[in-house]
Design a binder for this molecule. Structure first.
Ligand code: 13P
Length: 268
């Protein structure tokens, strides 16, 4: 077990992001975005909706003038070119995105994403001024084989290779244990905290202490209205990347309105 951390930073404003994955029509996207917008208070955490490419402009229009950000779920690392089916960082930003998910386990597993492509995509996202949400996390087999730290370390080092601490200042990490995604099996808060502490200490050791102290690390994997409060009570959980429950307006709004002493203090 990693020691409980450590460093807190005023930069670590809580961040709740919804990952809609491959769901919803445009009409459904519009309706959900409007409900999320009206459910977000003035002084809450940062909120983002990471939506299918087709819904970006519609959702960006629906949340315009509010604090809700729109994000993509993937991008290509090249600026433009003959890459049928791909979307660049510049196109995402142009369509209204402020953030983008990179290296989600579903992309690693189903579409051959590697640490090397994650690294290239991170460079492209930063170049376009997008806030990258870099996903890492172990499978059940890897956890059971006691390889959790090794897997996370390889993914984090691979994603951040070649960047200076200053370049990584806006980067958000999402720790998403693969065995907890879409399974209803949430990591226990202490289990999530352990991995988050490991990531923060790794970034401190491998890259820069100040960067690590200010880096937001989100938890993802079966986050729900009834477990967000206990997750956010952990000192190294700075927010959540929410899949299925981000498609249900009332539940997602409750997640945004998480209630913990630690969370409230960090919001201040
Ligand atoms: P669930 O919240 O549906 O488990 O999905 C998590 C996830 O993959 C977010 O990116």
């Amino acid at each position: 077990m990693e020691d409980s951390a450590v460093m807190t930073s005023p930069l670590r404003k809580p961040f709740i992001a919804g990952n809609w994955k491959m769901h919803l029509t445009l009409a459904e996207s519009l309706a959900l975005a409007k409900e999320v917008r009206s459910g977000c208070g003035q002084n809450g955490p940062d909120v983002a909706l990471c939506v299918p490419f087709t819904a970006i402009t519609v959702v960006a229009g629906a949340v315009q003038g509010s604090s809700v950000l729109v994000g993509g779920q993937d991008l290509h690392w090249e600026a433009q070119g003959a890459f049928t089916g791909e979307v660049s960082a510049r196109q995402l930003a142009d369509a209204g995105c402020r953030t983008v998910v990179i290296g989600h386990s579903e992309r690693r597993r189903c579409f051959g994403e590697t640490d090397e492509t994650v690294n290239k995509k991170l460079k492209a996202a930063l170049g376009a001024g997008l806030v990258p949400i870099v996903c890492v996390g172990e499978t059940l087999d890897e956890r059971e084989a006691q390889k959790t730290y090794r897997v996370i370390e390889t993914q984090v080092r691979g994603a951040f290779a070649g960047f200076s601490p200053a370049e990584l200042g806006t980067v958000v990490v999402a720790y998403e244990p693969v065995w907890a995604i879409g399974t209803g099996k949430t990591a226990a808060p202490a289990q999530a905290q352990d991995s988050h502490t490991f990531i923060r200490k790794l970034v401190a050791r491998a890259i820069d202490e100040k960067l690590a102290a200010g880096m937001r690390i989100l938890y993802g994997g079966s986050v729900k209205a009834d477990n967000i409060d206990s997750l956010m009570a952990e000192p190294d959980l700075d927010g959540a990347l929410v899949g299925g429950e981000s498609l249900k307006a009332a539940n997602f709004v409750r997640i945004i309105q998480f209630k913990t002493q630690a969370g409230m203090e960090r919001k201040a």
